[in-house]
Ligand binder design. Structure first.
Ligand code: NAD
Ligand code: TDX
Length: 333
């Protein structure tokens, strides 16, 4: 395998993956297919040799374009999606279109050209856990998504499984927990709070802030995906997680502390309708069967580096900030 198409490679995790593969596999060619929606940014790929990484601006629902690109490649790694829960509550249609119809379009192309396919998904397909539930999600946990976003991701996972079983498509799936790191859009929890503080305002906690997310650095997600792409068993689902459970209040307090502010200097805002309480990943299958381990086991260190990145890159995030905050203000968040 030395030529891959990365869909959504100009977004947050996709671009982290492109940078990771670029370093780890110097003989690979990477074609990024990205529609450059509000969440995609060409700057995320700056500094990479264009002889090795090319960007095709286009939509994964465009079957002619997809068919042509897939025919020229060895494998497709599929990150492209509408990814933000809050947006899916305001306007679900783009989620159905990109996440379900887009995945269908890619599956038909890899089926036709008999190419390897890796599908990126989320732990949110499993619904949520109680705070005191001793169990974590595994690949055997029944699907029970809550939001328009997570239900379209669940739908796309089921399409992949059906294309493996019915048509013999050579696909694998990974479901990962909440990512943090550089290049994450300021609509998401951690970058929103860091940039609120950088702009002299206070972090915004939905509801009580007791909800738990299982944080993993985007580089560890990338190493997990590359491991599965190269060594995963066709038809299998692997969960990627780094044992990083924290409640939202703790994360906000840590951001404030690391940025030299009073840890009580945040505000509670309207809760997210249908807000999932807790996600937690059991990644032992990936660790024991494929030998993967995360590198960023110290969340405080990873968060410090992420804060530094936002401090050093205001030109990257400032253009998104005003519009994002205006959207939140409309719903009291
Ligand atoms: P993102 O919103 O930052 O990036 C998505 C990228 O996909 C953007 O570059 C966008 O332009 C592109 N895109 C969207 N619709 C497209 C379309 N129809 N055609 C072509 N390109 C399109 O998202 P992210 O946070 O990087 O998430 C990437 C993937 O990882 C998604 O599939 C998401 O469900 C999954 N995931 C994310 C997380 C997380 O914490 N962010 C956790 C687990 C899984
Ligand atoms: O301002 C905020 N205040 C707040 O308290 C925002 C933006 C969020 N939150 C809360 C909601 C969640 O409990 O923080 C938590 C994390 O929120 P998001 O960053 O929106 O992530 P989440 O909804 O958990 O989904 C993320 O992880 C799974 C990604 O956005 C998804 O793409 C991924 O599938």
């Amino acid at each position: 395998m030395n030529k891959i198409v990365v869909t959504g490679g100009a977004g947050f995790i996709g671009s982290n993956f492109v940078h990771y593969v670029y370093k780890q596999r110097p003989d690979w060619q990477i074609i990024v297919l990205d529609a450059l929606t509000y969440a995609g940014n060409k700057q995320n790929l700056e500094g990479l040799d264009t002889n090795r990484v090319s960007l095709v601006e286009g939509n994964i629902c465009d079957n002619k374009l997809v068919d042509n690109l897939v025919s020229q490649t060895d494998a497709v790694v599929h990150f492209a999606a509408e990814s933000h829960n809050d947006n899916s509550l305001q306007s679900p249609w783009p989620f159905v279109q990109s996440n379900i119809v887009g995945t269908y379009t890619l599956l038909e192309a890899v089926r036709k050209h008999n190419k390897r396919f890796h599908h990126i998904s989320t732990d949110e397909v499993y619904g949520d856990l109680e705070l005191d539930d001793p169990n974590k999600f595994t690949d055997k946990t029944p699907y029970n998504p809550s939001s328009p976003y997570s239900s379209t991701k669940a739908g796309s996972d089921l399409l992949v499984r059906a294309w493996v079983r019915s048509f013999g498509v050579k696909a694998t799936i990974s479901n990962c927990s909440n990512n943090y790191g550089p290049y994450q859009h300021v609509e998401k929890f951690i970058p929103r709070q860091i940039t609120e503080v950088l702009e002299g305002r206070t972090p915004k906690l939905y509801g009580t802030g007791e909800q738990v997310r299982d944080w993993i650095h985007a580089e560890d997600h990338s190493s997990g995906v590359l491991t599965i792409l190269e060594n995963g068993k066709i038809g299998e689902t692997y969960l990627i997680g780094a044992d990083g459970e924290k409640n939202n209040k703790e994360v906000v307090e840590l951001i404030l502390k690391l940025m030299g502010k009073d840890i009580t200097d945040y505000q509670h805002v309207n809760d997210r309708p249908g807000h999932d309480m807790r996600y937690a990943i059991d990644s032992s299958k990936l660790r024991t069967e494929l030998g993967w381990t995360p590198k960023y086991t110290n969340f405080t260190e990873g968060l410090k580096q992420t804060i530094e990145w936002y401090k050093n890159n205001p030109n990257w995030w400032k253009p998104q900030k005003t519009e994002t905050e205006a959207k939140y203000a409309k719903v009291g968040q």
